[in-house]
Design a protein around this ligand. Structure first.
Ligand code: A3P
Length: 292
């Protein structure tokens, strides 16, 4: 166990550093309610675009129930619309019609009920240096009124040793990467940077993968473009609910919207830090075919 300066406790479990509030469900690998083949699991390493992926999947899957103009995404933070597997769902035995849930779980620690059914898994990862900088800012803002400032150098050292929530990040990404190669019909592996590059292509790809492709009519009505716009960083950040809203635990919704840029790490890390991590990552991902 390590206790970080901000009080977060990480426990090493089957090769991954799990934050204490999440440990119980992982250890007991509790059976959850019976999953339907149509259910969807969105999996991410923290700070890799979970908020975005939740919004995209919600908008795509529910587009026939909610016209985009009246989307619940306009008045709710996407975390309120897509529950977290470990925090919100284990405790409840339920089986809603088409459930979208999210998790930061490593692939190998997913409940067997997810692994053994035909539900789809979408995994989103991000350049680990941008993920690191994003997470560091998040922790600094969370602690604004409390404890000591988190040192970037110290956090970086821990990341290089794999000590971060749900880390090491390379292990987390590799497990999903390999599983997506073995079962491409079950697991879609996405990168934040690719979505930023061509979001319309990926909205379409997601809809196809989730079994709800856009009809010709929808395409001609520019539904793909509209979903991309609804879920865009600028739009989501500007919504009243995300500027002023709060979670029940007091977290402000705006914590989840910072810059939404690719390559922001260059403004925070020295070239030697980046070089050290990139070398390490190259070794860890060697021969996997996964690159950043
Ligand atoms: P930055 O801190 O680099 O800006 P998560 O949702 O997994 O917690 O990840 C948070 C990161 O995703 C933050 O990155 C945040 O700004 C960015 N983000 C949030 N909503 C986004 C969106 N709609 N499009 C792109 N990036 C988004």
């Amino acid at each position: 166990m390590v206790e970080l300066k901000d009080g977060v406790r990480l426990y090493q479990y089957k090769g991954f550093w799990i934050p204490s509030p999440f440990l119980h469900p992982f250890i007991f690998n509790q059976p959850i309610f019976q999953l339907q083949d149509t259910d969807i699991v969105l999996s991410t390493f923290p700070k890799s675009g979970t908020t975005w992926l939740k919004a995209l999947a919600f908008a795509i899957v529910n587009r026939s129930h909610y016209p985009l103009k009246h989307s619940p995404l306009l008045t709710n933070n996407s975390h309120q619309l897509v529950p977290c597997l470990e925090r919100d769902l284990y405790a409840k035995i339920q089986s809603p019609p088409r459930l979208i849930m999210a998790t930061h779980s490593p692939y190998g620690l997913l409940p067997v009920s997810i692994l053994n059914c035909n539900c789809r898994i979408v995994y989103l990862c991000r350049n680990p240096l941008d993920q690191f900088v994003s997470h560091w800012h998040f922790r600094v803002r969370l602690r604004e009124q409390t404890l000591l400032p988190v040192s970037l150098e110290e956090a970086f050292e821990m990341m290089c040793n794999g000590v971060q929530s749900f880390g090491p990040i390379w292990g987390h990404m590799l497990e999903y990467w390999r599983a997506s190669i073995e079962q491409p019909e079950k697991i879609l592996f996405l990168k934040y940077e690719d979505l930023k590059e061509d979001i319309k292509f990926y909205v379409k790809k997601l809809a196809n993968f989730l079994g709800c492709p856009f009809s010709e009519e929808e395409e001609s009505q520019e539904m793909i473009k509209e979903i991309a716009k609804l879920c865009s960083f600028d739009n989501m950040k500007s919504l009243e609910v995300n500027k002023k809203g709060k979670f029940s635990n007091g977290f402000k919704n705006d914590l989840f919207f910072r810059k939404g840029e690719v390559g922001d790490w260059k403004k925070h890390l020295t070239p030697s830090m980046a070089e050290r991590f990139e070398k390490l990552l190259e070794e860890k991902l060697e021969e996997s075919g996964l690159t950043f």
